[in-house]
Structure formats: C-alpha cells, structure tokens
Design a protein around this ligand. Structure first.
Ligand code: CMP
Length: 138
C-alpha cells in the first residue's frame, strides 16, 4: 500500500467536474482517505511548487493554481504513486493516452486538471504540506 497526493486543479472546480474526475480515481482502485477544498494564495502555490521555481512556466503555473478553488486529497492503493500517474496521463494532454483523466478533461498543459506526486519521497512531503495526521482517515 502506498499514498500519493492528488490535486484537482482550478479548471476542474470551475467546470463542476470534481465528481467526474473522482469517479475515474475511485473506479481505478484508488481510495480517497483525506480531502479538502481550498483556495490557495499565490504564496502557498509558490511554496508548493518551489521545486519548479527556476522553470519558465513557474509564475503562470502559480497564478493559475491560485486562480480558483482546488481539491487536495490523499489517495491510497497498491503502487499508488505510479498507478495514479497512469490514471492521470501525460502532463501535456496532447500526449495523454486515451481513457486518461488529462486526455478526457484537461484544457492545456497548464490547466491539466490534476496533479499527482512524482515519487514516493515527494508524496510524503506533499502530503505533509497539506494534511495533519488527524485529517487522514484510512
Ligand atoms: P503538475 O503535475 O501539477 O506539476 C507541475 C505543473 O506545471 C504541471 O503539472 C503542468 O500543469 C505545469 N506546466 C506548465 N507548463 C509546463 C511545461 N512546459 N512543462 C511541464 N509542466 C508544465
């Protein structure tokens, strides 16, 4: 069993698609064991994405992630980090496989509907960024 951090991005909340995206997640055998809806400040988005601060897209990414509500959640399941990355599809929806969340819902590489941790180490850090032990109900 592993845990990974999932974020439903502002393009999903804006289009009222949180249930549709979570149906994909739950039907892929991942269990939502913690969940909250937040409106990140620009500063919070910058702290969360600090690993990308040298990238050309950093400012736009953080502006987008603080442009509306997000839903942050912890997913638990077998091989959850890599399994969720498969369920999400490629970062750029133009390259995402059929049947993936990003292929079916994402608007662009920036408004790409979902975030998922890219490694187990980062999952631990990202989960700790948003959740306390009391909020995790496995
Ligand atoms: P995410 O998994 O949330 O991690 C970083 C995000 O940066 C990524 O999804 C994309 O939405 C966003 N991004 C915007 N432009 C790019 C780009 N050129 N390459 C990679 N990620 C990008």
């Amino acid at each position: 069993m592993e845990r990974t951090l999932s974020i439903l991005k502002p393009d999903v909340t804006r289009r009222n698609l949180t249930g549709a995206v979570n149906q994909r997640i739950e039907s892929s055998n991942l269990r939502i064991i913690a969940q909250k809806r937040l409106h990140l400040t620009l500063e919070q988005a910058q702290r969360f994405y600090a690993v990308h601060q040298e990238r050309s897209f950093f400012n736009d990414l953080c502006t987008f992630m603080s442009s509306g509500p997000v839903v942050v959640q912890i997913l638990e399941g077998d091989n959850a980090v890599n399994h969720y990355r498969d369920v999400m599809g490629a970062t750029n929806p133009a390259n995402a496989d059929e049947g993936t969340i990003r292929r079916d819902f994402a608007e662009s590489i920036e408004a790409n509907s979902v975030h998922g941790s890219d490694s187990l180490d980062n999952a631990v850090k990202e989960i700790a960024f948003f959740f306390s032990e009391m909020e995790i109900v496995g």
